[in-house]
Design a protein around this ligand. Structure first.
Ligand code: UT7
Length: 332
């Protein structure tokens, strides 16, 4: 038996985002907890967030984002053989939210599973899907980040409840055979992914419940200042790692699409790297921290408004609970 020597790479075929209708402003929050619009904007850059309706689940948000990404890609259910969904707020403990989305999209073949890397969930999911495609195990992959963080917030804790929101984003990857000698940063598709975790810091950002520990869902707890400090250091390091691995400098990058946690983290990381802040896609102001959904939501928005264009070099990066962090370098 002869083995195929064809090598594949993952090309971005479509992206889509979805935010629930209900908008919760800082002014409304200030009526519920001891905070103010000024404090939230100054410390985080967040002006509003979207909140899922009663009965609207993570799988619903994911379905809408995925449908949009598939429509943009011009692909149907038969073209998708892999769904990898990053979420920390699944509909249920099991089955995987990815399997529910698969059924709703009318896809009946291939694999579907969730990834739990909190705010790095999308970058982790993208790395996994890219490796499936490179290994020849998937021809069309749907990568999703979807969250209903509003369901795990302690709405009496002003240090966390003002920061997060609900939403979903999706990206369709298509396997393309690599042409002879087709390598390097000029090719289209996912050029590199780098993932990291350091579980020693799990107590700085976590949920105080779970099936095995408390048999409850629990609420988000965070030592914000410490997370902030680690985020700037780790994100700058992971961006440098991606640039070095591809023989590039910050000047070669057209856009950075970071996890949208805090505008000051995005600006601080850009400063540390000597990157022009105008090259950093920032959407945190209008949807807050949507955890695994934030990178694909920001990406989809920048594609829709014409900032990210075909042929451009885009660096995705994220950091979240665990700690987990990572990057993906893509040529659109
Ligand atoms: O997505 C995963 C990654 N997550 C993150 O990256 C989040 C990282 N952390 C942050 O974004 C920031 O640390 C926060 C936005 C959470 C907080 O900003 P900060 O500048 O680090 O503020 P702080 O925690 O040092 O708090 C300053 C003061 C405190 O009062 P005292 O102790 O100085 O009297 C807080 O009690 O602000 C107080 N405070 C608030 N005041 C009004 C905390 N939360 C609020 C609030 N409204 N919502």
């Amino acid at each position: 038996m002869t083995r195929s020597l064809t090598r594949f790479r993952s090309v971005i075929a479509g992206v889509g985002g979805y935010l629930p209708d209900r908008v919760l402003t800082n002014a409304e929050l200030a009526q519920q907890v001891d905070t103010s619009d000024e404090w939230i904007v100054e410390r985080s850059g967040i002006r509003q967030r979207h909140i899922a309706a009663v009965g609207e689940l993570t799988s619903d948000l994911a379905f809408h984002a995925a449908s949009r990404a598939m429509a943009q890609a011009g692909l149907g259910p038969d073209d998708i053989d892999l769904i990898v969904l990053g979420t920390a707020t699944p509909d249920q403990t099991f089955p995987a939210t990815a399997a529910k989305v698969q059924a709703r999209l009318g896809i009946t073949r291939g694999a579907a599973f969730d990834i739990q890397a909190v705010c790095s969930g999308f970058v982790y999911a993208l790395a996994v899907a890219d490796n499936f495609i490179k290994a020849g195990q998937s021809k069309g992959a749907l990568v999703i980040g979807a969250e209903t963080f509003s369901r795990i917030l302690d709405w009496t804790d002003r240090t966390t409840c003002v920061l997060f929101g609900d939403g979903a984003g999706a990206m369709v990857l298509r396997a393309e055979p690599e042409a002879e000698g087709d390598a390097g940063a000029t090719q289209r598709g996912v050029l590199s992914t780098h993932l990291h975790a350091d579980g020693r810091h799990q107590d700085l950002l976590y949920v105080d419940g779970g099936p095995s520990s408390t048999q409850t869902v629990g609420h988000v707890r965070m030592v914000g200042k410490e997370v902030f400090r680690h985020a700037v250091v780790n994100l700058a390091a992971v961006v440098r790692e991606a640039l070095d691995a591809n023989g590039l400098t910050a000047d070669d990058i057209d856009w950075i699409v970071p996890h949208q946690a805090n505008q000051r983290i995005l600006e601080g990381t850009a400063r540390k790297l000597g990157v022009d802040p105008a090259k950093v896609i920032m959407t945190v102001d209008h949807h807050g921290n949507t955890s695994a959904a934030s990178v694909p939501l920001a990406f989809a928005e920048a594609v829709a408004d014409g900032r990210i264009r075909p042929g451009q070099l885009v660096l995705l990066e994220a950091m979240g609970g665990g700690f987990t962090w990572g990057s993906a370098l893509v040529r659109v």
